[in-house]
Design a protein around this ligand. Structure first.
Ligand SMILES: Cc1ncc(COP(=O)(O)O)c(C=O)c1O
Length: 406
């Protein structure tokens, strides 16, 4: 078992100085850093195994195809799912758009409803708005409790036989709320609705067992879990993927093409039109192996410890408002400091080498619900330390002094 110090040595960028100060990287919910194991896997693949996949008979084409399909199995293993249901996409956003278009346009009918929550990232909101407008479906929103958890009693009332799809975040990227997705899936299936879970903030941070959760669709991104950008996963239950129309069309996703029509390849290839993100798939698989070697349970416990410490310290700091539930939560804290715009806070922290995110975090409706335009967010990962959480608090205090609030 590696220590956090050893883990940190795996990430070259963490030895960087920013503005003359050691980098304290607390923007992991936006994108995480990459360990040398992932960078090496990417380089090795490009140096000695690279070719296009699924189309050549030469040695390298076969090697690359083998590695690419092995990457799919690695990702299936990470979330305990059937590899036939693992579609490589460009990321969570594309995964959700794929479902909204390929499933939604075919199966969600005029007068049916799509049930979401006000805490969704725009990626799990806007595609459903567009679909609803196109097919004449109704949008419904699962109410929140004051602390930013889902109101399970009121939500249940909205789940009637007209609901065709429930689209919900596993972990909110602003509130940190961990939603009871297994329970939601059970409730939705009872009324015949399908469920898409946005796992962008969950899959990188905690063990995810899709055979237990039972979701029909589950989406996440490589760049938030130590892999590269430009790759993500859509898991879809194979029997549902079989019935869906393709998302994009062109090469690779076909079985046979005539001048006036075509037939589709088997799943998951039916949803991977064109040359797929091959090197990125190698990268996300190396990242998944790296995370599994450290242990998803360990990562979850480590993140939880850091988040609890940050919550406790910031909650005790005068002028700080924290958002979301106080107890069990995802690996982030979102807050405001009275009298300080979050952008100013982020800029002042940056002078101390501390990277946090400020803004609406692609969740404008949620910020309206919170009654603020913007928030500051510090988000943690396996390589962060308690000392970095303390540095965040010191940075917040220093910012208050600079702005003469104390
Ligand atoms: C909860 C959630 N969903 C979706 C996304 C979109 O992910 P991507 O930009 O990788 O497509 C994010 C990214 O911040 C997120 O936090």
């Amino acid at each position: 078992m590696k220590t956090v110090e050893e883990i940190r040595r795996d990430f070259p960028i963490l030895s960087l100085k920013v503005n003359g100060r050691p980098l304290v990287y607390l923007d992991n919910a936006a994108s995480s850093q990459k360990p040398i194991q992932v960078l090496n896997a990417y380089c090795r693949f490009c140096e000695s195994r690279y070719a296009n996949v699924h189309r050549g008979v030469h040695t390298l084409a076969e090697t690359a195809t083998g590695d690419y399909e092995e990457a799919r199995k690695t990702l299936a293993d990470l979330v305990q799912a059937d590899a036939r249901g693992v579609v490589f996409t460009r990321g969570t956003t594309e995964s959700i758009n794929l479902v909204a278009q390929s499933y939604g346009r075919k199966f969600i009918k005029h007068g049916q409803a799509i049930l979401m929550t006000p805490m969704e990232h725009h990626a799990n909101l806007v595609p459903w708005q567009v679909l609803a407008r196109a097919v004449g479906a109704e949008l419904r929103f699962w109410p929140l409790n004051q602390d930013g958890t889902l109101d399970m009693v009121e939500g249940r009332k909205l789940l009637d036989a007209r609901v065709a799809m429930v689209a919900v975040a596993h972990v909110s990227n602003v509130l940190g709320t961990i939603n009871p997705v297994r329970e939601i899936v059970e409730m939705a299936h009872r009324v015949g609705a399908k469920v898409l879970v946005d796992g962008a903030q969950a899959a990188p941070h905690m063990p995810v067992n899709l055979s237990e959760i039972g979701a029909d669709f589950y989406a996440f991104s490589g760049h938030k879990m130590c892999g590269s950008t430009g790759i993500g996963v859509l898991y879809g239950r194979p029997e549902i993927l079989e019935d869906m129309d393709p998302f994009m069309t062109g090469g690779e996703m076909i079985r046979e093409v005539w001048l006036d029509h075509a037939t589709w390849n088997e799943i998951p290839h039916k949803f991977e039109a064109g040359t797929p993100p091959i090197t990125e798939a190698i990268s996300i698989a190396a990242a998944a192996r790296y995370l599994q070697e450290i242990g998803m349970d360990w990562i979850h416990a480590h993140d939880t410890m850091l988040t609890a410490r940050a919550w406790e310290l910031l909650a005790a700091e005068p002028g700080v408002t924290l958002y979301g539930p106080a107890g069990e939560r995802g690996a982030l804290v979102t807050f405001n400091v009275a009298g300080v715009h979050p952008h100013d806070l982020a800029a002042l922290l940056d002078r101390d080498g501390i990277a946090i995110r400020a803004g609406h975090h692609c969740a404008q409706p949620l910020h309206r619900w919170l009654g603020v335009q913007a928030t500051a967010r510090a988000s943690f990962y396996l390589y962060n330390t308690p000392e970095e959480v303390d540095a965040l608090l010191e940075g917040v205090r220093a910012a208050k002094k600079v702005l003469q609030l104390v």
